[in-house]
Design a protein around this ligand. Sequence first.
Ligand SMILES: *Cc1c(COP(=O)(O)O)cnc(C)c1O
Length: 393
Amino acid sequence: MTRRSNDNPPRDMTTRLVNAGRDPFANHGVVNPPVYHASTIVYPTLAALEEADRTPFEGTRYGRRGTPTTFALEEAVTELEGGYRSIAVSSGLSAITTCLLAFLKQGDHLLISDTVYAPTRRFCDVMLKGLGIDVTYFDPLAEIGPRLRPETRVVFMESPGSLTYEIQDVAAAAAAARDAGAVSIIDNTWSAGLLFRPLEHGVDITIQAATKYIVGHSDVMLGTITTSEATFLRVKRASAMLGVAVGPDDCYLALRGLRTLAPRLERHQATASRLAEWLEGRPEVRCVLYPALPSFPGHALWRRDFSGANGLVSVVLREVGRDAVARMLDGLELFALGYSWGGYESLVVPFDPAPVRTATRWSGGGPCLRLHVGLEDPDDLIRDLENGLRRLA
Ligand SMILES: *Cc1c(COP(=O)(O)O)cnc(C)c1O
């Protein structure tokens, strides 16, 4: 909403997300921003066309560069993440690949967390290495200082780490990167931008798979990039050169999801906390990985940096065979077997971090399950899991 006054007190993010990126009175009083479908944008005169060419990254130029629907989402995400400007892209993975390609060229060095999302790693190992970029993985619990080199151009973090939630000292790593002349980028999908604002901790660029909590309804692929002022143009130019485009209907759905992000996340956290505590007391469970649990190894750092937790809970079971795990998972009624997360519904997937990681050693001691705790009734979810754990026997 544009009817802002500097006299107003700063508002809570819950309130800001309800209003960000929309201006009803610019659109016939309609509450939500309209969906503009466009490829061609026309100009009334040659002078107007030439004027538009002078500011290629402002306003509508061509459909690939976005329409007012895209810009509304970008404005709202900037409010959420607290950066200079945001760029909507076609998926979370394309947000990552666009940022990395914006800064890296042959002979450069990339320092990247060992616990990143697996497809991020595949992109680095295959495409970036293929382009002659040197890639090193770091232990997110160790200081990155000794691993920085003169040719390190980018430090890429993801905190908490994928699947196992290792919490990194993001501010320390961002400061070390800056001192070494490298750009710091973080995958902030876990926090949805609501539980942690990386740019306030010295990080240059934060990305999200908006596919997850921002969209929130398991029906859209979308990524967001939010940058500092100094890094914006470089990333914007890269996204334009790479031809990354987003459909306006997807932007509309992401804006719709954003309106309810705060109350959804509160509920995801409340139910996930309850399930995590309950799972910790079960004899079939070796350990539960959930940053808000006092038993979680990174709990203190999580408390220092994050304002809350989400619906992701990982469970390490006591040693059982694959058939037992299949009996447990196949019979679940509310936790569906499926990748991704962040929607309203509960999900479960088995995982094994051991074969992928190289800078850290995973020794969980049993089969691992990643739960995404949805918006269902907590008692119903506990009953479903309780029946499932019984089937392990
Ligand atoms: C899902 C996910 C991505 C990729 O997002 P897509 O929209 O599926 O491409 C990136 N990072 C993290 C942490 C994710 O969970």
